[in-house]
Every structure is written in C-alpha cells, then in structure tokens.
Design a protein around this ligand. Structure first.
Ligand SMILES: Cc1cc2nc3c(=O)[nH]c(=O)nc-3n(C[C@H](O)[C@H](O)[C@H](O)COP(=O)(O)O)c2cc1C
Length: 326
C-alpha cells in the first residue's frame, strides 16, 4: 500500500460494528432483482472487493408491505454481503401512497402510513440479518421534498417552519429506532441545499436533530455528479456521528484529502465501484495500475439506470469480465 493511502484503511467503530476501513459502497439502483441470483452476486462482488460498508440500493418501502421482499429472501442478500466481511445496510425509499407523491398531496393518514411502512421495512431488514437501514432523504425525492420550502407548502405541523419541515424525517428515524432497538445501525441520506428551498444552516440543524433522534451515520450526498466533497465539511463539524462524503472519490487524492482534512469520516465510491468493485483491495495491495478507472462517461451506469437496463460499466465489455481482477 502507498503510505498516503493508509488513512483509507483505518478501521472505524460504530456501536458494536467495526468497519474494516473508510470505504463505503453508496446505494445505487442496479436494475436487478436484489434477491435474485444476479442481484446477490452483484452485491457479493462489491463486498468481496474490500469495502467496509455496503448500502444496498434505494428500495421502496411498499415492497416489504406486499411481501415482495421478506426476511427469508432478503437474508440471502444480507448473508452474501456479511460473509465477505462488509457491514450490510439497505436504503429505504419512501413510496407514494395511492399515487399521491408530493408533500402537498399526502394526507395526515398517508404520512402515518408512510412512517409505519418504514418501521415495518426496518424490522424485516433486521430479521433478515441486515446491520443497518438508511431512509433516503436526499436527491429531491419525496422524503427530501418535505424538507424544502419549494416543494412543501403544507400548513399543518409537517410544513412551514424548519421544525415542521424536519418533522417527518425525525419521526421516521425515531420510529425505526424504537422498533429496532440499539441493535441496528440507522443511517440517513440528506442532500444539502439541492434546491433553493433550504439553506446549509437548516441542513446542519436537521443533522443535529437527526443525531438526537438516533442516527448512527450521516450520509451527505450532493445531487450533482460533480459536486465536491466539501459539502460534507459543515456536517462533520456539527455532529459526533460519522459522516460519509461522496462524489468522484475513486480519485485517490480526493478521497485521502477528504479524510485527512477531516471533512468526512468515510468516503463512498459509486461509479468507481461499478467500474471496479475491487478498488479497495487493489488500493490496499498497492496495485493501482490494475484498477479499472471510472471515466465518468455515465453510459453504463446512469445511462442504463435511465433506460431500465441492468447497470454495468461499459469498460467491462471492452476488457472482458476476467480482467476485473488479476
Ligand atoms: C446507477 C446509479 C444509481 C444510483 N442509485 C442511487 C440510489 O438508489 N440511492 C441514492 O441515494 N443514490 C443513488 N445514486 C447516487 C450514488 O449513490 C452516488 O451518490 C453518486 O453516484 C456519486 O458518487 P460517485 O461520484 O462516486 O459515482 C446512484 C448513482 C448511480 C450511478
């Protein structure tokens, strides 16, 4: 290993879990059946590649309600990740209720139901052996919209003041924590200032309250493909829990700098792991020349994501799967 990369491989203790290093696989929709052989193999390979924490892709809470996902089929996925030495978490996505998909449309009853769905999903994930769950409060999706003045015009206790716009996210975290107890990690993904609907100061206040509500890891994600790691810095200063920074961290210097300058505790690599799931192991072994570097062309990842095809780096077809390792 190059000496400057040692900081990437310092373990981190979170509750009873030891993260073996500082490298995280962030949630990425694969367009695969996550409990089918192909999906399980995808996540197994990422875990085998040496990351400390795998956050399985955004998963609608309704899938747990209708039985598509259950403790039995999910346990194969959790087991595949954990057997490779990674901590297994899964991102939970707030689903619309009967087609109602904005803060203004949802009734109070819909909100109650949505919170219950998160609780049920978290309990099933725990039963399945997952170590953690992550409500998806980022990227302008429904849960994030509750936080933004631009998308939330409610006049009840879920809209208006900052306190009210934070309420749903906090209630989801509190409800999950009460249900799962201390024996599960709760992460929360938030986008600071995606729209003009809120300020970074408001996001920081939200982060502090999320910490009080019981999160263990704060996952700060810019929605832009090119945003700098610096977005995580004000959060790192404001909370005690570990903070994840993401955004082109497969560039080693960028990842090292985020950790060294204490702008984050963990770095997540998205597209870089699609290009090379073995990024962490190859870095640890000092075999940087063997890493299939992400070109950020966005073809096989974002391109396939949008067209509904399974995501896959276009370089693999060029190189052949066998060249992934070795
Ligand atoms: C194909 C693809 C799917 C993604 N799906 C999700 C998702 O399910 N949930 C989420 O919060 N972010 C998702 N993201 C964003 C990533 O988690 C990550 O934040 C982003 O790719 C930036 O990291 P990178 O520069 O290392 O790729 C996705 C990104 C890609 C490329």
């Amino acid at each position: 290993m190059l000496p400057e990369h040692a900081i990437l491989f310092e373990p981190l203790q979170v509750r009873k879990w030891t993260l073996r290093n500082r490298i995280v696989c962030p949630p990425m929709v694969t367009n695969r059946d996550i409990v089918g052989d192909d999906g399980i193999e995808w996540y197994r390979r990422i875990a085998r590649g040496g990351v400390a924490l795998v956050i399985v892709e955004a998963t609608r809470t309704t899938k747990f309600e209708n039985g598509t996902l259950n403790a039995k089929n999910l346990s194969r996925l959790a087991e595949a990740i954990k057997r490779e030495g990674a901590v297994a978490a899964i991102q939970l996505f707030m689903a619309p209720v009967d087609g109602r998909n904005s803060p203004d449309e949802l009734t109070k009853n819909d909100i109650r139901l949505s919170i219950e769905r998160f609780k049920k999903a978290a309990l099933i994930c725990k039963d399945a052996g997952f170590d953690g769950v992550e409500p998806h409060g980022a990227h302008g999706f429904l849960l994030n919209q509750f936080f933004s003045r631009r998308t939330n015009h409610r006049t009840d206790e879920y809209g208006g003041s900052l306190e009210n716009r934070m309420r749903l996210g906090l209630q989801i975290v509190q409800t999950i924590r009460e249900a799962v107890g201390d024996d599960m990690l709760i992460l929360y993904r938030h986008t600071p200032k995606e729209y003009e609907g809120y300020t970074v100061d408001e996001s920081v206040e939200f982060a502090k309250q999320l910490e009080e509500a019981g999160i263990d890891i704060l996952d700060i994600s810019p929605a832009s493909e090119n945003a700098p790691a610096d977005l995580a810095a004000p959060f790192k200063q404001a909370v005690q829990v570990p903070v994840i920074a993401v955004g082109k961290m497969a560039r080693h210097a960028r990842a090292v700098e985020a950790l060294r300058e204490k702008r984050a505790d963990l770095i997540a690599i998205g597209r870089g792991l699609i290009a090379d799931p073995f990024w962490a192991l190859k870095t640890k072994m000092g075999q940087l020349d063997k890493i299939i570097e992400c070109r950020y062309c966005n073809e096989g990842c974002y391109g396939n994501l949008r067209s509904g095809k399974p995501i896959e780096c276009v370089q693999h077809a060029e190189l052949g799967e066998l060249l992934l390792w070795g």
